[in-house]
Design a protein around this ligand. Sequence first.
Ligand code: UDP
Length: 321
Amino acid sequence: MKKVFVTGGCGFIGCHMVERLLADNNKVVVLDDLSTGSVDNLKDHPNLEVIIGSVLDNELVVKASQGCDLVIHMASYVGMKLVYSKPEQSYNVSKIGTENVLKATGNTPILLFSTSAVYGLSATEEVSESNVISLERARTYDGPVRSYSAGKWELEQLGHKAMDEGRKVMIIRPFNVIGDRQSAAYGMVVPNFIKNCKTGNPITIYDDGEQSRSFSCVKKFTTTLSTLIQSEDVWSKPNNIINIGSNHILTINKLARIIKSKMDSSSPIEYLPYDTVFPNKKDVRHRFPDTRLLTKLMGDVDWPTIEEIIDELLVEATITV
Ligand code: UDP
């Protein structure tokens, strides 16, 4: 049995990851400041301890992580709505938070959550780990103010430095992970559309809706991660960055039609220019992952389709609206 220290474990991906780790017979210590997560996302478990606090609190990070065999660092601001309203905080949680977590946990193997947003706005189609990710590229999202993507770029640099110093580090770039317990409060498209259908409000599609994404089922995402962290081969890879995302790609128009039809909703579809929702910001037109590296590491991942994910969400799960 391993003791795993998970930052951000009360958040949407975090709580699914914690469930996976407990099911894999690990002990888990979660540190979360509940800025976007909730303790209600986690069920009591004899092998689970939840500590409320921030990764910016150095002393607490040291105390909470004591004796751990593995660190999973995913605490961060999420969702464009939150990120664009609190850019500096978003940057600091990623940069300073990662510095603290790396320092507090010595030479313990660490999995760092980066983001597909580091590919920047210039991500036109399939993006690969072999693409050069400069700060300028990551910051095309940020505009003049450093924010989420700059913070995650810093996280990656800190990860590389730790790798160079001989530490086992894995950096992952998730692509639009969706599933139950994802909140509609932070602007992500799937919980937004489900909320709109539930409330009868218009389904708001930004721009022409022909932009595309690949949406990755959170349960498949966490089982994929579980496989990766149990592989000594993966930990020993140099320059260890891995795209994790589905190979099913669809436009936001199609997503809206699927959700509306599956929910039998009478909500009208409304188109809004992106700039009116997020002034002075631009949307990524198309972004989906090159997953050849992931396939090489663990074979093909059988990602559920959007229809399968939505069906499961509507039958058994809750999206907080
Ligand atoms: N989007 C939309 N309506 C919404 C929320 C998002 O049309 O209510 C679009 C958004 O412009 C983007 C896509 O859906 O093209 C995915 O947005 P999300 O914020 O979920 O993820 P990200 O932008 O990080 O890919």
